[in-house]
Design a protein around this ligand. Structure first.
Ligand code: ADP
Ligand code: MG
Length: 239
């Protein structure tokens, strides 16, 4: 058996006495994309923030590549979890060039090679000396992907990373992003409220509602056999 890149068990988080994350289990296997899919407000971002280490769970465990990174006793800081992050507001450093953004925080002899290789992969080599404000939204997104991948995280967490892009670009960027992630062999936990995005990108979907995982499985299994009427209607407005 392969060790999961990410395994969370029995994660609970309350705000003001309300269970926003209610006993959630998730597993992401090496090289796979797992989508956490559900309507706005169901607890997706809170779950991701807990995994990233910027929010503390009330109970439950988080393992990255078989290693305990967080339970109620142990708590590794975010930078020691081998986790990459991409959010909608991907915020490159405005005062650094494309190349400097991707190199930020990297050390070691192979740094320049790593940066050049990633910029080639995301198709941004010729913009290497530009500043973020000189780039379009899609180009900034590509640089953000390269930056997030640079330290070779074991798992990439992505929270609605494509929702800020305009419709014409979105499909292309999704496909490109998936190609780059697969070629790097990076496991991904992708949060989205769009069933179409999950269908397109996921190897496995975990459907979330009111803080709970209500169904999980391969995209077409969930699409073809939703667990209840709510799940069915959620998938009916796929685009
Ligand atoms: P999603 O990402 O699925 O839209 P969130 O995880 O952002 O959902 O939020 C889930 C619920 O938790 C929402 O009702 C939200 O208002 C609430 N919530 C999130 N963060 C906090 C917080 N820091 N304090 C209080 N309530 C919060
Ligand atoms: Mg959210």
């Amino acid at each position: 058996m392969n060790t999961p890149r990410l395994e969370i068990r029995n994660i609970v988080k309350q705000f003001a006495g309300r269970r926003v994350v209610d006993d959630v289990d998730l597993t992401v296997m090496p090289g796979q994309v797992t989508c956490l899919l559900g309507p706005s407000g169901c607890g997706k971002s809170t779950t991701l923030r807990i995994i990233a280490g910027v929010e503390m769970q009330d109970s439950g465990t988080i393992h990255v590549d078989g290693e305990l990174v967080c339970d109620t006793v142990t708590r590794k800081p975010p930078e020691d979890r081998s986790i990459g992050l991409m959010f909608q507001d991907f915020a490159l450093f405005p005062h650094l060039t494309v190349r400097q953004n991707v190199a930020f925080g990297l050390a070691g002899r192979d740094r320049d090679q790593r940066v050049a290789g990633l910029l080639a992969k995301v198709g941004m080599s010729r913009y290497r000396d530009d500043y973020p404000h000189q780039l379009s939204g899609g180009e900034q997104q590509r640089v953000a992907l390269a930056r997030a991948l640079a330290p070779r995280p074991k798992i990439m967490l992505m929270d609605e990373p494509f929702s800020g892009l305009d419709d014409r670009l979105r499909d292309d960027i999704r496909d490109e992003t998936l190609d780059v992630l697969k070629s790097e062999g990076t496991a991904v936990l992708l949060v989205t409220h769009e069933p179409g995005e999950a269908m397109r990108m996921a190897d496995e979907i975990a459907l979330m509602r009111d803080g709970r995982i209500v169904q999980r499985g391969a995209p077409y299994n969930i699409y073809n056999a939703p667990t209840d009427l709510d799940a069915a209607s959620f998938f009916s407005d796929i685009n």
